[in-house]
Design a protein around this ligand. Structure first.
Ligand SMILES: [Ca+2]
Length: 544
């Protein structure tokens, strides 16, 4: 059972919360005795003894041949407990006070810096093994933190995914929430509930009805400024340089490598007026500098009808870069891959500036950095440009968490992450506040950042939504369901609406196994899991 409502969520969070309590206690002890490492289990046991008293069995011994009377035993336990409790609390209070006066809140609650790029496929980073690209900032985060290699968005399009990242709710609930003007709790609200200062820099792109950028009381970010990538980095660095007495949550939301959309339009000659606001890159780079075509470059012979329709939809509209890319030659696609890598490098340079500012201000060791993206990009796989579809390149994104204050470093983790719905519980776990009234289906990734062997709940599978709209009332609704070894695509209608891929032997999703008898059991299993998902969540997927 992986899908939960509010109450089970609280129960499931206990392992993570317990581990977090241990880590906080360890941080306190380390800070108070001058940074000397103390085993957290021993620390927790000392704490428990101080609060709850010694086990009564400790005193069950003979005195001059007789058992100690139970009345005396209890009194002795209570007296000792009281002394230990008062002493420990005084010790912690004085220690905390000293640190808080000194402005070092990180021993209790670290700062949180969330870095979001726009349209970045997980594999286009040096640390992910991408040849020909230089991303030292992203690589440094991976080297000093945990890189989750199976992190999937809940919707491979900007606005619905950002709604989910912001609220923890499923993307399909967005329109109803807008219609009903539901009061949604945001990341900013949650952080403020935990006593954090909140700031947001850069791309917003959350529907005005959901979160009007000017409505601070609603979205919870006291500082909220836009701007292009360079300017917003300046603003974020200025924010980091300011003295404060409380921990902060800062979101730095970049545009690149999203400018690959503009590059595609320029390449297709759709408009002379198109400019790349976050740094230009060559439209016609020499081919000897361009990456080769990917192994899964060709369009699948049994591609879902919905995807074929999306390729041909409104081909004359400048906004539909996918349709214009259908005229790209093989060389164009290679140049497109080269340009995409350069745009990732441009945003990496801005991220490097923010990370340097953290170091310069002495905040690096006191700040959890979460790095991710709102969705991926086709990157020429299946000759796909931009996003929207359920292929890996559109849906799998970077998800790296760095916490120098006691987490794993330089490790990868292949647990399934559902980025949109997991971000809110992860951040709440770090801040130390409970999730609001649900329904929520995300899980905190924080226990796995602290401990590779954590037994905290994880996803048995993750689900991604999408939609191909033909008009106001006509759509193809799509879902993918990813398990550790397989990926199941389902569209609400059309030819080839059901697809199953073996992600171990065919990570490029090129061979649909739906009609293969040897995979019948896996197909049945994934159908059942999807039925379970629909039954247990408020997903409104429909084939009507
Ligand atoms: Ca986007």
């Amino acid at each position: 059972m992986t899908v939960r409502g509010t109450e089970p969520l609280m129960e499931d969070r206990e392992p993570g919360m317990k581990h977090r309590s241990r880590m906080i206690y360890l941080q306190c002890v380390k800070a108070l005795i001058g940074g000397i490492p103390v085993d957290c289990d021993i620390g927790l046991r000392v704490w428990n003894r101080a609060i709850y008293g010694f086990p009564r069995t400790c005193f069950r011994r003979r005195v001059r041949g007789d058992w100690v009377p139970r009345r005396l035993h209890v009194r002795a336990t209570r007296t000792r407990s009281a002394i230990l409790t008062i002493g420990t609390l005084a010790w912690l209070f004085l220690g905390f006070t000293g640190h808080v006066v000194a402005g070092d809140w990180s021993v209790i609650r670290p700062n949180i810096l969330v870095i979001v790029t726009d349209q970045q496929f997980a594999d286009v980073m040096g640390c992910a093994g991408c040849p020909g690209i230089e991303t030292p900032a992203m690589d440094s985060l991976a080297k000093q933190g945990v890189r989750f290699t199976r992190a999937y968005v809940n919707y491979p399009v900007c606005l619905p995914e950002r709604y989910t990242m912001f609220t923890g709710r499923l993307p399909c609930t967005r329109r109803q929430a807008d219609r009903e003007h539901k009061p949604l709790v945001s990341l900013g609200n949650q952080a403020k509930k935990g006593g954090y200062e909140t700031a947001y820099f850069g791309k917003w792109h959350i529907q005005d009805q959901t979160f009007d950028r000017d409505d601070v009381a609603h979205h919870g970010f006291d500082i909220n400024v836009g701007g292009k990538d360079t300017g917003m980095t300046d603003d974020a660095i200025h924010f980091l340089s300011q003295a404060r007495r409380r921990p902060f949550l800062a979101v730095v939301s970049y545009y690149n490598p999203h400018d690959i959309c503009e590059w595609g339009r320029k390449k297709a000659g759709r408009s002379e007026r198109i400019t790349m606001h976050n740094g230009d890159v060559d439209i016609n780079p020499p081919l000897d500098r361009c990456p080769p075509l990917p192994d899964n470059y060709e369009i699948n012979c049994d591609e879902a009808e919905a995807v074929q329709v999306r390729r041909s939809l409104r081909p004359k509209r400048v906004s539909n870069a996918q349709a214009m890319a259908m005229d790209f030659s093989d060389d164009d696609w290679r140049q497109y891959r080269w340009a995409y890598q350069r745009l990732v490098e441009l945003v990496d340079k801005q991220i490097a500036r923010v990370l340097s500012a953290l170091e310069d201000e002495g905040l690096a060791d006191k700040t959890v950095v979460i790095f991710t993206s709102d969705h991926g990009d086709g990157y020429a796989a299946h000759r796909w440009h931009q996003k929207s579809v359920l292929y890996e390149e559109s849906c799998r994104v970077p998800f790296v968490i760095r916490w120098p204050g006691g987490a794993r470093q330089g490790e990868t983790d292949d647990r399934l992450i559902s980025v949109g719905i997991d971000l809110m519980p992860t951040m709440s776990d770090i801040v130390g506040v409970r999730m609001p009234q649900g329904p929520y289906y995300g899980k905190s990734a924080w226990p796995f950042v602290l401990d590779a062997g954590s037994q905290a709940p994880t996803h048995e599978y993750v689900v991604t939504e999408t939609e191909v709209r033909l008009g106001a009332k006509e759509s193809y609704h799509g879902r993918s369901l990813r398990t550790p070894d397989y990926k199941y695509h389902l569209w609400s209608r059309g030819e080839n609406r059901e697809q199953l891929f073996d992600m171990v032997n065919d990570p490029g999703e090129t061979r649909n196994l739906v009609d293969s008898p040897e995979y019948a059991a896996q197909l049945s299993k994934h159908r059942d899991l999807f039925a379970q998902w629909l039954e247990e969540t408020d997903d409104i997927y429909s084939e009507d």
